[in-house]
Design a protein around this ligand. Structure first.
Ligand code: SF4
Length: 259
């Protein structure tokens, strides 16, 4: 299958996508890879302390979920329908962090289930990831901001301990930051998503890559070289290559030069 044919998988229904067999999280390598892929080790940031005090840590994800679902700590609590904590496999080695729940997520209680989420699933499935086994998905804030506005710094910072605890308890090897809000929350305030997407960072002993938010891709449908969709295609191939490297499997990702 050529790169163009594979990229077109972004546009078809998940049930039509021929999955490439991948090793899943069980038995995954525990250490970060010594071997480098073509796009690894760029722009490595200094380690930043981002941990919750031991006395405030959760014993389990179920305990976290129970507390979060009753949380009233920030101004988003009164207007939410559901607290949106997670979906995917809690044993996954890839964690995807979005911005905040939208309308569909608020109604269902699950992150990334609207159009953006469907596109995210297609992107992941197009390179053979099994979205039920290979990824764990959550948001920077767990409650929907009114009218889907961007969460305020107060809301993001108030909710951050839940996110940090999700990271600690899931213990992913790869974290994907979709969009500017998760980028600001995890890496730094002053990084522009357009400048840093597709770059690997080391953060708290994990590999982190910022990628475009799928809602941005929905608004930019071009597949021309250099377009957001084309760039995301390069990113997801690099993510898959790194994942396979971590899992100790051979990469079957297409060659960028042939695109
Ligand atoms: S967004 Fe986070 S901090 Fe705010 S009420 Fe919801 S769970 Fe609590």
């Amino acid at each position: 299958m050529t790169d163009k044919e594979q990229m077109s998988l972004f546009d078809i229904t998940p049930s039509e996508i021929p999955l490439v067999e991948l090793p899943h999280a069980e038995g995954a390598a525990e250490a970060l890879p010594a071997k480098k892929t073509a796009r690894s080790s760029k722009n490595i940031s200094p380690a930043i302390s981002n941990t919750v005090p031991v006395s405030e840590q959760f014993a389990s994800l179920d305990a976290l979920r129970e507390v979060a679902c009753n949380c009233q700590k920030c101004p988003l609590a009164p207007t939410r329908t559901n607290v949106v904590v997670e979906r995917g496999d809690r044993n996954a080695k890839i964690m995807i962090i979005g911005e905040a729940p939208g309308e569909q997520e608020d109604l269902s209680g699950l992150p990334f289930v609207g159009k953006s989420g469907q596109l995210l699933d297609k992107i992941l499935e197009s390179v053979g990831f099994d979205i039920t086994k290979d990824v764990y998905v959550c948001n920077t804030v767990k409650c929907r901001p009114p009218n889907n506005r961007v969460p305020t710094p107060v809301e993001t910072n108030t909710c951050k301990p839940y996110l940090l605890e999700q990271i600690r308890l899931i213990d992913p090897k790869i974290i994907l930051l979709t969009g500017a809000t998760s980028l600001k929350s995890i890496l730094a305030e002053k990084l522009a998503i357009t400048k840093v997407r597709g770059q690997w960072y080391e953060w708290e002993g994990r590999l982190v890559m910022p990628i475009f938010h799928p809602s941005y891709l929905l608004r930019n449908q071009s597949r021309e070289q250099g377009s957001p969709k084309w760039l995301t295609w390069q990113d997801v191939k690099a993510i898959k290559a790194k994942y396979l490297e971590l899992m100790g499997a051979d990469s079957v990702v297409g060659d960028d030069e042939e695109f």
